[in-house]
Ligand binder design. Structure first.
Ligand SMILES: Cc1ncc(COP(=O)(O)O)c(C=O)c1O
Length: 383
């Protein structure tokens, strides 16, 4: 039996309806969206619009037109940051950010002279809106925060930070890579101006899908320019949504797959999904504690995290453990640094990294049992 426990990287498997919808579109339609006027192209366009609408509903966003598709959450974050920030702007961020945020900010600091303040976190990955408040200066233009750390799983106080941002007239950008599909997100109640999401993690859709929900009027410079299927004689990117921030032929097959995934999520219910993952987290946390020489990181409390558990075995390299688990036990986990170096600094694992399991909706307790058996077998062989 293959056991997949790397769902924080990407979820696997997908609901069967996802590949079926993609197959059906490619075999039976194949038309591009927003370009042709024949029936199949109009059908494809309608499916893309329905996907925007389903996403808008999921995030309680009022206007589907301002749900902009990108190829990934990385692209969505880069679009928001590079499209909004100007020389001299100050940004407040967390010490848990993925490189999708961090490298983009550092590049803008070096190349155009933005400045960055980093809000501290405890070794469990907890931050406070009070510390965010202290970091705000008169030049603060934007706060960017991950909704949950991909290294520690810790959920961040997004609603409190959103309220603070609103009070201070500062834009609030949230990286929902680890939370969309598993935690409720409400851009209006949580005062999120810009929400970057990915399709291929807990939304259970295909890779190559993601987007930016634009819940504010701020001008955003497009990341790319090109064809939009309309106003073709106009020599610049149109200023209306979604075309303003979408250029080139869209990933219609991926978006249709994402729509099937969203329909699955809605049918199952996000609260039920969260509940199942929480129960598995508790089961896994308890079981992992029985493994000799294990070091667990993060809050070790399902209510405070998404389904991510980082750990090490004292005196063993994470890569060797993950290799053994894969080759000998068919258990797939992640090892190393998970693209968020400052989160590793918090827990003292910047040089060696960690093992990480990512629990998903399709895991069950037998998968955790296989992991624990594998870890015990590794310890026995590598005393
Ligand atoms: C918190 C967070 N942000 C951003 C990303 C980047 O996702 P992608 O590589 O799919 O763009 C990830 C992926 O692991 C993540 O966990």
């Amino acid at each position: 039996m293959d056991v997949y426990l790397d769902n924080a990287a990407t979820t696997f498997p997908k609901p069967l309806a996802v590949p079926q919808a993609i197959y059906d579109y490619i075999i039976n339609n194949g038309g591009t969206s927003g370009r042709g006027s024949y029936e199949k192209a109009i059908l494809a366009d309608g499916l893309v619009y329905q996907t925007r609408r389903t996403l808008a509903k999921l995030f309680n966003h009022a206007d589907p037109k301002t749900v902009v598709f990108t190829a990934s959450v990385t692209e969505a974050l880069n679009l928001a940051l590079t499209g909004i920030l100007k020389p001299g702007d100050h940004v407040v961020t967390s010490s848990l950010e993925h490189n999708a945020v961090w490298r983009c900010l550092k590049t803008m600091e070096r190349d155009i002279g933005i400045s960055i303040s980093i809000v501290p976190a405890t070794p469990d990955g907890e931050t406070s809106s009070e510390d965010v408040k202290k970091a705000i200066t008169p030049k603060t233009r934007l706060i960017v925060f991950t909704h949950a750390s991909n290294v520690l799983g810790t959920i961040q106080p997004i609603a409190a930070i959103g309220a603070l941002a609103k009070e201070n007239n500062i834009l609030f950008l949230v990286d929902a890579a680890q939370t969309a599909g598993v935690l409720p997100i409400d851009v209006q109640a949580q005062k999120i101006d810009l929400l970057a999401f990915t399709g291929h993690k807990s939304l259970l859709g295909p890779m190559g899908t993601g987007g930016l929900v634009v819940n504010c009027d701020v001008p955003i410079k497009p990341l790319i320019s090109g064809g939009t299927g309309g106003d073709s004689a106009y020599e610049y990117q149109p200023d209306y949504y979604p075309n303003h921030l979408e250029a080139g032929t869209m990933n219609v097959s991926g978006i249709i797959g994402l729509k099937a995934a969203l329909d699955f999520l809605n049918a199952e219910g996000i609260a039920n999904i969260r509940n199942k993952e929480d129960q598995l987290m508790n089961y896994a946390l308890e079981a992992l504690q029985t493994v000799p020489g294990i070091e667990l990181y993060g809050p070790q409390n399902a209510a405070k995290t998404v389904g991510v558990i980082p750990f090490n075995l004292i005196n063993h390299a994470p890569e060797e453990i993950a290799f053994f688990l894969d080759q000998q036990c068919h258990v797939m986990i992640r090892s190393g640094l998970h693209c968020a170096p400052s989160a590793h600094r918090l827990i003292g694992t910047i040089s060696r990294g960690t093992c990480r399991i990512g629990i998903g909706y399709f895991n069950d307790p037998s998968h955790i049992d296989a992991l624990i058996n594998g870890l015990n077998a590794y310890i026995k062989e590598n005393k």
